[in-house]
Design a binder for this molecule. Structure first.
Ligand SMILES: C=CC1=C(C)c2cc3[nH]c(cc4nc(cc5[nH]c(cc1n2)c(C)c5CCC(=O)O)C(CCC(=O)O)=C4C)c(C)c3C=C
Ligand SMILES: [Fe+2]
Ligand SMILES: [Fe+2]
Length: 342
């Protein structure tokens, strides 16, 4: 009998079987569009020190005393307007993206998905992949533009899980892809397809990115620069398809100064100067979610029409479009190279 054939002691930890896992991650979303689940979700999200960079001793009383007593009701109402039979759009689309990647990457890898806040959690999904024999995992947070509040906190959460282990899985993380030709091409192709299908020609296309506190830019977070670079490359690629592009930042939260110009301010400015036909895209979101479906498609439209606009279109995110899936397949395969060659 060779040593490889000897039985392991009963209490021996499971032997990993050399499989490769991919964990697709996005922000997270409540379990239901009701006050209780929204409150639990917001409590977890807004307690993350990467998201709200105020010392806990000052922030937690504000969060627990004010925000978690007022915002959940309002947010639950907003979630109700976009909720689907299968659940929250962000979770449903992320799951479908992972399923599509499993089909495209083949049996050589196991693809699963997780939410940074809420369920399925990153630690549970890492455990699941390891239980299935993965000793190498590619952690793919689907944020094209890097920020401490999004990309870094996903890595922190995975590292918290690995901290518990004697025998860790190897981990790779997907780099930001804000200027990757595969991403820019996918956006240009998919937005052009959607513009071609409209029954009007927009005078302006707003490129609306999620906002961040202005302070994060001053502290060196590359997020703002990544958004600007995505926008510049996309405008170059789509040159001539719409007369004007404008970069804006949405979803301001709290009283601090956020990145400008704000999307709602720009919608007002455009309406005030007589723009009648406006389209809006959200290239920083890899999946449609509350921020695109409610804030842009519902509130944005209402605002533009009330202020004198006539034609409005909120374009979809890459989601599971052909262009979007092709892009994800390209960047995941590239990141897996050396582990598995396609
Ligand atoms: C795409 C990148 C995102 C960045 C950067 C980001 C920063 C950021 N967000 C908040 C506060 C909130 N964001 C909320 C929702 C939300 N945010 C993102 C993405 C980014 N956030 C997504 C995809 C979503 C949608 C989630 C969904 O369920 O569909 C919310 C919750 C909704 C609400 O109550 O309005 C809050 C709050 C901060 C403070 C921040 C940067 C520091
Ligand atoms: Fe956010
Ligand atoms: Fe910048």
């Amino acid at each position: 009998m060779t040593w490889q054939e000897q039985a392991l002691p009963a209490d021996h930890p499971p032997v990993k079987s050399g499989r490769i896992g991919v964990l697709v991650v996005n922000l997270g979303t409540p379990e239901a569009p009701e006050k209780g689940p929204v409150k639990r979700y917001l409590a977890e999200f807004l307690s993350d020190r990467r998201v709200v960079e105020i010392p806990a001793i000052a922030w937690q009383p504000i969060l627990r005393g004010i925000i978690l007593n007022t915002r959940p009701k309002k947010s639950a109402h907003a979630y109700k307007q976009v909720w689907t039979e299968e659940g929250s759009p962000l979770a449903v689309i992320t799951r479908r993206q992972a399923e599509a990647m499993q089909a495209r990457l083949g049996d050589g890898v196991l693809v699963d998905w997780a939410m940074r806040y809420g369920a399925p959690s990153i630690p549970d999904q890492i455990q699941k992949l390891m239980d299935a024999g993965c000793d190498r995992i590619l952690l793919a947070a689907l944020y094209p533009q890097y920020s401490g509040a999004t990309t870094a906190t996903v890595v922190d959460k995975a590292a918290d899980k690995l901290k518990e282990m004697r025998w860790q899985t190897s981990l790779r993380t997907l780099p930001p892809y804000h200027d990757d030709p595969a991403y820019i091409d996918a956006l240009a192709q998919d937005l052009t397809r959607q513009l071609d299908a409209l029954d009007f020609e927009p005078e302006v296309l707003l490129l609306s990115f999620h906002g961040m506190p202005q302070r994060t830019l001053e502290l060196g977070d590359p997020y703002h620069c990544h958004c600007q670079k995505t926008a510049r490359l996309l405008q170059e690629k789509m040159a001539g398809r719409v007369p004007r592009f404008r970069v804006t930042f949405q979803s301001r939260f709290g009283p601090a100064k956020w990145l400008e110009p704000a999307t709602d301010t720009v919608i007002s400015e455009e309406a005030a100067k007589g723009t009648k036909r406006l389209a809006i895209a959200a290239p920083g979101f890899s999946a449609d979610c509350l921020e695109t479906l409610e804030e842009l498609a519902i509130q944005g439209r209402e605002q533009f029409e009330e202020e004198g606009g006539e034609k409005f279109a909120a374009l979809s995110c890459l989601n599971t479009s052909d262009a979007g899936l092709h892009m994800l397949e390209t960047i995941l395969k590239r990141e897996l190279s050396g582990w598995i060659n396609f």
